[in-house]
Design a protein around this ligand. Structure first.
Ligand code: NAD
Length: 253
């Protein structure tokens, strides 16, 4: 049912985890993909994986909090593939701290990478989508954008912002046939979760053990999230906009 043939996609955070799995799946479904990430080695490797599988991909080194970098990403999609139909705003970081312990630098960095980036990329992609008659923007929120979480106040604030800015963008750009949705993963087995475990002084095993008590009894895989994003990117989701979709095995339910 889902084909992305003829679509041009931009994926941020494409060097690893959810972004990489999504970039690979979108390409497998027929999209030409611009992979954006600050990690040059990982991004180049992801680009080669897509090309080796017969897909079309270009990697652009980009810090998503930097306006000039974001302009270059969208310009690359325009110059290499002729436009942008799908934008997956997915790059994100976490810093573990309460509101009393966080430094201003960490607060600003989390907000810039997780929230400001969506504005920087979307404002360049939307005119191209409008010119093409529409498009699909998917923003990565989090279960911690829906409910609160302990010892990650800047991350929770940033993901709450992503959830509600997705709704606002869906309202503003619906008349241009641009759909905007927010995917909220629960704990998902990626580098971020390993880093979270390290910041908490533990290992990934603790996340697996904790998940055993949840309704579906496990944490997510990058593929779980990627398949949801592929649906939202496709014309199969033609009337889905302004939605906040938890992909968390009923973790927030
Ligand atoms: P990940 O660490 O594997 O991937 C994040 C990617 O973003 C990395 O490749 C990293 O290099 C890139 N990145 C970080 N800062 C960047 C910057 N300034 N500019 C460009 N790229 C940058 O983690 P992931 O779990 O795949 O994270 C993807 C998204 O999913 C994030 O927004 C994260 O908040 C969200 N999320 C993850 C989980 C989880 O449990 N893994 C849960 C909820 C939400």
């Amino acid at each position: 049912m889902i084909s992305l043939a003829g679509k041009r996609a931009v994926v941020t955070g494409a060097a690893s985890g959810i972004g990489r799995a999504t970039a690979e799946l979108l390409a497998e479904l027929g999209a030409a993909v611009v992979l954006a990430d600050v990690d040059e080695a990982g991004g180049a490797e992801a680009e080669q994986t897509v090309i080796a599988a017969g897909g079309r991909a270009v990697f652009v080194r980009c810090d998503v909090s930097d306006a000039a970098d974001c302009e270059r990403v969208i310009a690359t999609a325009r110059d290499a593939f002729g436009g942008v139909d799908v934008l997956f705003n997915n790059a994100g970081i976490i810093r573990r701290s309460t509101v009393c312990g966080i430094t201003e630098d960490d607060w600003d960095r989390v907000m810039a990478v997780n929230v400001k980036s969506i504005m920087l990329l979307s404002r360049r992609a939307i005119p191209l989508m409008r010119a093409a008659g529409g498009g699909s923007i998917i923003n990565t929120g989090s279960g911690w954008g829906i409910k609160g979480g302990a010892d990650a106040v800047s991350y929770c604030a940033s993901k709450g912002a992503v959830v509600n800015m997705s709704r606002a963008m869906a309202i503003d750009h619906g008349p241009d046939n641009i759909r905007v949705n927010c995917v909220c993963p629960g704990d998902t087995a990626t580098g971020m979760l390993v880093e979270e475990a390290r910041q908490l002084g533990g290992s990934l095993e603790a996340f697996y053990e904790e998940a055993a008590d949840r309704p579906l009894g496990r944490i997510g895989t990058p593929g779980d999230i990627a398949r949801t994003v592929a649906f939202l990117a496709s014309d199969a989701a033609s009337f889905v906009s302004g939605a906040v979709i938890a992909v968390d095995g009923a973790g927030t339910a």
